[in-house]
Ligand binder design. Structure first.
Ligand SMILES: NC(=O)c1ccc[n+]([C@@H]2O[C@H](COP(=O)([O-])OP(=O)(O)OC[C@H]3O[C@@H](n4cnc5c(N)ncnc54)[C@H](O)[C@@H]3O)[C@@H](O)[C@H]2O)c1
Length: 335
């Protein structure tokens, strides 16, 4: 691959410098250094260990996708703030590791291993909340995929190509249905189980769904991700109406590139797919948020930056917010 193509590919997904550099280290770093930023004043990311003591004391919260990335960080911070956490993930060992880390630090946590695209997983998560902690107060429906490959599998573009993002005329039904199974069906099944419990309790509640900039706008070369994340936001709006009478608030957060294993994987797949792409491809238009463009390192959002918004929306401080489709995207969707 030409060096300029690698730079273009790695600039994709809002120049996710730190994580994409792990996949294409030298080229990514050279690309970012060459491009530079235009900040006169740099914005410092918040302390990743910041938390608000006691904010969720006595509350029970389900977090899907708790094995790694944003879900892991959300689960750990919730527990530090006093919540009982029910983690859900289909990567068993990493999910169990998050659970063990919380308990080793003195927090309350249980882990449910399973696929969010199966109703049994959603029902088991709610049952675990009730049997372990007596009730369910909130949820962060965060599990998501950008392609149809199992999240725990290493990148192998040639082998995984039929399941990887592609423009519609090249996309397979399997890619479409696997992405929809996790992102759209998974969100529906989780919300259904959570809302059934919250309605029965009649004590209110709060749900935060994790969308994406792909739920607010198009993203070149990734039709199933875009359509499924629009579905997440549609479900969010609909549930906000139906469950307001029960005191249940439903909002979504919609980030651009955030420094997690998913974005590292996407960067590697983009770099590989560009070798053979002939038409529109992932990242072939618009590559950076406002803040990534300005930052000297073109940094993506940190996990902590996203988790702070998720927890705010879940908390009583956000009492008047429902049906909100919040862009947490460094300005990506504002231009
Ligand atoms: N990282 C980004 O740049 C970015 C940008 C926009 C939106 N998002 C969204 O944020 C959410 C979290 O992503 P992340 O970046 O932390 O990714 P990640 O891959 O690091 O973590 C996602 C977690 O969800 C789990 N998961 C995925 N599908 C599952 C399934 N069917 N059943 C059970 N568990 C499943 C994975 O195993 C993983 O632990 C996703 O919904 C993603 O679409 C991420």
């Amino acid at each position: 691959m030409e060096r300029r193509d690698v730079i273009k590919a790695t600039a994709t997904l809002a120049a996710a410098a730190a994580s994409v550099a792990a996949a294409v280290p030298a080229a990514a770093q050279a690309g970012n250094a060459a491009a530079g930023g235009n900040a006169l004043v740099e914005i410092t990311p918040p302390d990743p260990d910041a938390f608000t003591p006691g904010r969720f004391a006595g509350r029970t919260v389900i977090v899907t996708g708790s094995a790694r990335g944003m879900g892991r960080a959300a689960a750990i911070r919730l527990a530090r703030e006093g919540a009982n956490v029910v983690g859900v993930d289909w990567i068993r060992d990493l999910g169990e590791a998050t659970d063990a880390e919380i308990r080793a630090a003195g927090g309350n946590s249980v882990f449910v291993h399973g696929d969010v695209g199966e109703a049994a997983t959603a029902d088991a998560a709610v049952a675990a909340a009730v049997s372990s902690f007596g009730k369910l107060d909130g949820a962060i429906n965060n599990a998501g995929v950008m392609d149809g490959v199992f999240s725990g599998d290493p990148v192998d573009y040639e082998k995984q190509k039929p399941l990887v993002f592609a423009p519609i005329h090249e996309a397979t039904e399997e890619y479409w249905s696997k992405v929809f199974r996790t992102n759209a069906l998974g969100a529906f099944l989780m919300m259904r189980a959570q809302l059934r419990q919250m309605v029965a309790q009649l004590k209110g509640g709060a749900i935060v769904n994790v969308g994406s900039i792909a739920g607010l706008t198009g993203l070149s070369g990734n039709p199933a991700y875009v359509a499924s994340k629009h579905a997440v936001n549609g479900l969010t709006r609909n549930a906000a109406i139906d469950y307001a009478p029960y005191g249940i608030r439903v909002n979504s957060v919609n980030m651009a590139a955030t420094d997690t294993p998913m974005i590292a994987r996407a960067g590697a797949l983009v770099a590989a797919s560009r070798k053979t792409a002939t038409g529109p491809a992932m990242g072939s238009i618009k590559t950076q948020s406002i803040l990534a463009w300005t930052d000297p390192g073109h940094r993506p959002a940190t996990v902590a930056e996203q988790v702070s918004m998720m927890l705010f929306l879940l908390s009583p401080e956000a009492a008047n917010f429902t049906g909100g489709i919040f862009p947490t995207d460094g300005g990506w969707t504002s231009y």
